[in-house]
Design a protein around this ligand. Structure first.
Ligand code: A5A
Ligand code: ZN
Length: 477
């Protein structure tokens, strides 16, 4: 694939930086000729593969993976009133099979409630069938009208992980919401992406839900990105789709449901939160190549150095690292540039002097250099990589903390949202939310904030002076 060695735009110009890094680091190709659809380069897909491996492992702890059809009959899709209202403008319809018009048009799933729940109605009979916890990783289609962006706002979401659970009571379903949030928190901890949880205002919750808790991160330009949502569905869908079970007393009861989802926005977050002026920076857990071994070949000692680098590569591979030997006939500097752009966490250099001294030089993607003893190199590298990962978490947390401002007035709110998120006291009314939004060109995105970076308190609503509580105001993606 083509390589451009020109300078990457500075990360300060975030949107230019983002667009450039996607192709230079070989994550997404945006040239596919359908708006909102993009193509994964193999390197990008390698990141996706590892990240989704982590996500699947988390889900597999107590969910079972499944797969439902892409096409949903209009008759099923149109059953839940709120859900229809929320999605009908975003649905792609399949209306023909060849030249024949279909009797019942088929929706390309924008999400799979209406595909899955009619089957749940057939599968669930007794309280012994509960709880039921399934998930799938599929593509979904949304005819988005807001500005589309690779990995962030897609019309074909290629990596939609959606879980759908059914429980015997409202309380059990509410408890599952907390379990799901814990899993998502763990997922993002592994990706070294700091998050804020909050409850979306009622007018912004998932169509058909009782309430929605969102997982957001803050992008380098200060806008928030919603990188996961957990929805309490209560019995709205179970009443619509007749998902009932026989309880211990032989009575028919409605199930209580939750659903929660994550998309490739998770990859957008990794790219945006960690990347720098030189390109991508990948946490070791999601790097398709964790270590690149670069032999520093000079003149006569070429074979010796190459043999040493090759032996190092196999030792690291045997130890379980994703490692690559770059023995291409190129200047070392050009190789460094190549792998830095692609975010490889660690470069290990082997030169004639290292061969003599029985050492190797490890350089992290953020420039920390350590000379390691060739004996015990696996332990040395394990420790360097684990420190590197922790450093990424720390740096990301600090950057996020710097973008959060507690404010007391609308003027301060307006100022704070230019570069980040404002935390403001709000009474919870839609009227006051609208006044805030009109005054500061940003929205109330959540209350009941959960973040160890934000101190939550009670105080007078910034608009009406009534009883209020901390809420998040932000510009959003
Ligand atoms: N059935 C539930 C899980 C659902 O559909 N929830 S959701 O609509 O909130 O989507 C889940 C997550 O997918 C969102 O939190 C967001 O992170 C991501 N997402 C939604 N629309 C997207 C789009 N057009 N492109 C990329 N990601 C999207
Ligand atoms: Zn108010």
């Amino acid at each position: 694939m083509e390589e451009d060695t020109g300078a990457l735009p500075r990360k300060e110009s975030f949107s230019e930086w983002y667009n450039e890094i996607l192709w230079r680091a070989e994550i997404m190709d945006v040239r596919y000729p359908v708006k909102g659809l993009y193509v994964w380069y193999p390197h990008g897909f390698g990141i996706r593969k590892r990240a989704y491996g982590i996500l699947r492992d988390l889900m597999d702890r107590d969910h079972a993976e499944t797969m439902f059809p892409l096409l949903i009959p209009k008759t099923e899709f149109m059953k839940e009133a709120e859900h229809i209202k929320g999605f009908e403008d975003e649905v792609y319809w399949v209306t023909h099979g060849g030249r024949n018009e279909l009797d019942v048009p088929l929706a390309l799933r924008p999400t799979s409630e209406t595909a899955i729940y009619p089957m749940y109605a057939l599968w669930i009979r007794s309280h012994t069938d509960l709880p039921l916890k399934l998930y799938q990783v599929v593509n979904t289609f949304r005819y988005e009208t807001k500005h589309t962006r690779p990995l962030i706002r897609l019309r074909e979401i290629t990596s939609f992980k959606e879980a759908h659970t059914v429980h015997a009571s409202w309380e059990e379903a509410a408890a599952q919401v907390e379990v799901a949030l814990g899993l998502y928190k763990e997922f993002y901890d592994t990706l070294r992406v700091p998050v804020i949880l909050s409850r979306r205002p009622d007018w912004d919750k998932f169509p058909g839900a009782d309430y929605t808790i969102a997982v957001d991160t803050i992008m380098p330009d200060g806008k928030t990105l919603q990188i996961g949502t957990v929805h309490m569905l209560g019995d709205h869908f179970s009443r619509t789709y007749a998902i009932t079970y026989e309880d211990a007393n032989g009575e028919q009861q409605y199930g209580y449901q939750t659903c929660y989802g994550i998309s490739e926005r998770s990859i957008a977050a990794v790219v945006s939160v960690h990347g720098d002026d030189k390109g991508l920076v990948l946490p070791p857990a999601v790097a398709p190549i964790e270590i690149v071994v670069v032999p520093i070949i000079v003149g006569k000692r070429r074979d010796e150095v190459l043999a040493s680098a090759t032996a190092l590569e196999s030792e690291l591979r045997d130890a379980g690292f994703a490692v690559k030997l770059d023995a291409r006939d190129m200047r070392p500097g050009a190789k460094y540039y190549h792998w830095e752009m692609r975010g490889v966490p660690l470069r290990v250099e082997v030169g004639p002097r290292d061969v003599d001294a029985n050492t190797v030089v490890a350089v992290t993607r953020t420039g920390k250099k350590t000379t390691l003893d060739r004996r015990g190199v696996v332990e040395g590298i394990t420790s360097v990589l684990s420190t590197f990962g922790e450093d990424l978490s720390q740096a990301a947390r600090q950057a996020m903390a710097a973008r959060i401002t507690a404010v007391a007035t609308l003027e301060e709110t307006a100022e704070a949202v230019k570069s980040g998120v404002a935390v403001v006291h709000w009474c919870g009314s839609q009227e006051c939310a609208e006044k805030i939004e009109a005054a500061v060109d940003a929205s109330i995105i959540g209350s009941d904030i959960r973040s160890d970076l934000i101190a939550v308190s009670d105080g007078p609503c910034v608009v009406c002076g009534g009883e209020g509580r901390s809420a998040l105001v932000a510009r959003t993606y």
